[in-house]
Design a binder for this molecule. Structure first.
Ligand code: DC
Length: 224
């Protein structure tokens, strides 16, 4: 039986994972699965229903009846909550921080990891997140850990926010990123860490095209 291609990209917030993964998906004609968007959607559903994210029991009650649909495509994934396409709406700093809170709950992780594993069974995928190489796709042929300095990641995030016409200052973006790193790396369940067989790439000072090229070379090497 042909084994599906599975490429796992992990790394902290703002390291460029999703931009690069999308590019690679297009180049290879495989599906891009954005797992962060799933955690963001859980947080967004809770926030819309007035649930305090620190209240695990209340979050799990929302999770139980969550109507979330994922439409993976080569050019990017769309995600629907209760029939509404929320792909763009969930891309805020506030929802990112909320996603980091709900992502610490093991029941939330179990449910989303199951969806992610089902998707990879059915398709060739490139998947990005925090626990892809360690937990979701431990047998992935290619595992990348994409890193960058906090200050570089904050500058990129600020640029994105400004492009969306949103106001923010570098210091507060940097603080928010450092806090999210800490939470994602120190939680009990599936914290962000480097898988044993991972290739670590530091994208500080590199542009998207260069990082994409480097990862494509690694994929070619590992899947030949
Ligand atoms: O990649 P992102 O910024 O969209 O992710 C939002 C949050 O979701 C992140 O801070 C931690 C959590 N997350 C996770 O715990 N595991 C994943 N596989 C993906 C995201």
């Amino acid at each position: 039986m042909k084994q599906n291609i599975a490429v796992a990209i992990d790394g902290p917030a703002g390291s460029g994972k999703s931009t690069v993964a999308k590019e690679i998906a297009k180049k290879l004609g495989i599906l891009y699965i954005d797992t962060g968007a799933m955690y963001r959607s859980v947080a967004f559903a809770c926030m819309k229903q007035g649930v305090v994210l620190e209240n695990e029991t209340a979050v799990l009650a929302v999770l139980e009846h969550l109507d979330m649909k994922i439409l993976p495509q080569t050019g990017g994934q769309h995600i629907f909550l209760y029939g509404e396409d929320v792909t763009e709406k969930i891309r805020t700093q506030e929802i990112g921080a909320g996603a980091s809170v709900v992502a610490a709950y093991s029941k939330v992780r179990e449910k989303l990891v199951e969806i992610q594993q089902q998707l990879s069974k059915a398709h060739d995928v490139i998947m990005d997140g925090r626990d892809i190489g360690t937990k979701v796709l431990p047998d992935a042929q290619v595992k990348i850990y994409l890193d960058a300095s906090v200050s570089e990641r904050a500058k990129r995030r600020l640029g994105e926010l400004e492009a969306q016409g949103k106001q923010a200052d570098l210091e507060s973006v940097e603080k928010a990123i450092a806090q999210r790193d800490y939470q994602d790396m120190h939680r009990e369940h599936s914290p962000l860490c480097k898988a044993e067989d991972v290739v670590v790439l530091d994208s500080t000072g590199l542009d998207i095209a260069t990082v994409t090229e480097k990862i494509l070379e690694i994929i070619t090497e590992k899947t030949k």
